[in-house]
Write a protein that binds this ligand. Sequence first.
Ligand code: NDP
Length: 445
Amino acid sequence: MAMTADKSSETAREFGGAPGAGVIITLSHVLLLYLWIAWRFHDGAIFYPVGISDLGPFFARNWDLIVAHAMPSLSTFALYLGFLVAQGLMAAFLPGLEIRGLPIPSRGGNQLVYRCNAYTAWWLTLAVVALLHFSGIFPLQTIYEQFGALMIAAIVSANAIALAVHIGAKITGNAERMSGNFLYDFFMGAWLNPRIGALDLKMWAEIRVSWLTLFLLTASGAAHQFAEHGSVSVPMIFMVVAHFLYANACMKGEECIPTTWDIFHEKWGWMLIFWNLAGVPFVYCFNSMYIASRPPFELSLPHTIFCFVLLFGAYYVFDTANGQRNHFRMQINGSYVKRKTIPQLPWDTLKNPRYLDTAVGSKLLIDGWWRYVRKPHYTADILMALSWGLICGFENVLPYFYVTFFVIMILHRARRDIARCKKKYGKDWDRYTKEVPHLLIPKVF
Ligand code: NDP
């Protein structure tokens, strides 16, 4: 595959080009460190310099905190990298469903085969973690205690992997759709589907590493609370359930991922690598850590019930909306297999659904949840994110950071997707938006 400099491509302008990439890379690092300091040293509250003259001392103070409390030792790196390698080995060698991806233009239309065994790997990991915890060999709260150092280990590893993949893509001639600007290409990626033998690195990072790390961080918060106070509070149980459901949904839906935009088009660059390895787990777990570090608190019964109803209701729509669309597409291309993964929810597969035919051949679903809005799974995801904030109460605003961040990120993602679909479907997309005029909220937005 030839390396091309394509400065005129549409992608060369995404995210504000090279300056935008530089800003996102910097702010992503700052965000992780800021949230960690807020959680660890400010009781989960916002903190800032008290004036212009405090700017220098502010940075120095916080840098000192990072150096004193979050420097990973060799054993922290061994723990983190050991986890990555274990997940990689399971991905490569456990038996699983073989799914064909979409034809890849840069590989002459060839399709890659994906071995989908994340669900098996997920339950095997949980069993091993439980064994290590209850036997006392590796108490789960160790992860909570080493949070800062593990976060730095993840940040360093993500940057090192992103650089290695970028250089590897150039050396092996696998770089494609390049703009010619190093920073921008490093950010967006060079290599579409890097693999080590049977291990597909992008699938490994996107499905297993992100969500498993997130769940283990949250579970370690619960283990810490139990070790410290002899009980686990209802808000903590809520976060364990919420992150379990999310991680489990990603693992059980793995076979639907190879045909998504992230896998067949987005290159495995800094943006995906950093956010899969470090950003998603260490930012999204803020609420769990916030609850775990406080003396166990309970909210009023109506408040607690509301949070659970919101979480389970939103999860139901999230799971079934993703199921309806993915199963519909899989039934059309003949790859649909009814799996025995749990939970299999009612209405996650539609019988003879209504759809729109398009000139490019793909069919757009306009039935089930998809008859009400064009992104029902995003709406449900936002509501789940809101429930994660509400379960933390109203004492601080930082537990609401995640839902705010998520809304901005998912709207940006929706905008990119709409632009792509308009280009791909042309007039058929206009027909579709007439049929389903609203994006997230029926009859409103
Ligand atoms: P989508 O699931 O929204 O997929 C978009 C693609 O689906 C479109 O490009 C189009 O592709 C196809 N499509 C759009 N409308 C229809 C339709 N009516 N019928 C059939 N196909 C359609 O993409 P995402 O990857 O963004 O989201 C997947 C899930 O992941 C969501 O639940 C989302 O909430 C979640 N997510 C979570 C994140 C997190 O950080 N927690 C981050 C990102 C996503 P085609 O060209 O094939 O027609």
